[in-house]
Design a protein around this ligand. Structure first.
Ligand code: S3P
Length: 176
């Protein structure tokens, strides 16, 4: 059996891409980011897709991308924050993947995303309230679908990567 995937899930700004890239490097796996793949394929930025075609079109592209990467192994996959809201995406990702929820607090999320114009869902007049609202809707889903929850608050990327590696090793994940 080929090596399975490590799938990073969690809210925008929880560090999925930075943690994922480093983790992949250290585990000798390929790093893939669903949002980047969508941008490469469509030659459009995520925020342009939202703006010009709407969230529904974005979600369809995301589902297609998730289905595709889920069929391959040996990857660390960073998912867009909304990817696991679709049960079908969760099912696909879980088939070969170990799902790690990078949990971050509201102030940390806010600090990380506030300067960014790349997050259409938070490009609103009250981004902090919107983070609270979306997180309240999503938190239990992130917790329920994940195989492992890692608290990222006040921890460096390196510390988070080390914890994930340690937990994978404890579970003898590499030998599977
Ligand atoms: C989204 C998160 C974004 C991106 C899109 C929608 C969401 O990804 O997929 O803007 O619904 O949470 P990041 O979590 O990488 O910011």
């Amino acid at each position: 059996m080929g090596m399975r995937n490590v799938v990073l899930i969690g809210f925008m700004g929880s560090g999925k891409s930075s943690v994922g890239r480093k983790l992949a490097g250290e585990l000798g796996l390929r790093f893939v980011d669903t949002d980047s793949l969508i941008e490469e394929r469509t030659h459009e930025r995520i925020e342009e897709i939202f703006r010009d075609q709407g969230e529904e079109v974005f979600r369809a592209l995301e589902a297609q991308t998730v289905a595709e990467v889920s069929g391959q192994t040996g990857q660390v996959i960073a998912c867009g924050g909304g990817a696991v809201l679709s049960p079908r995406n969760v099912e696909a990702l879980k088939r070969k993947g170990f799902l790690v929820y990078l949990k971050a607090s509201i102030p940390v999320i806010y600090e990380r995303v506030k300067e960014s114009m790349e997050r259409p869902l938070l490009n609103v007049s009250e981004p902090k309230a919107e983070i609270e609202r979306l997180l309240a809707l999503r938190e239990r889903i992130y917790e329920r679908v994940s195989d492992l929850i890692v608290d990222t608050t006040d921890r460096s990327i390196e510390e988070i990567v080390d914890e994930i590696k340690r937990r994978l090793k404890e579970m003898k994940w590499e030998s599977e």
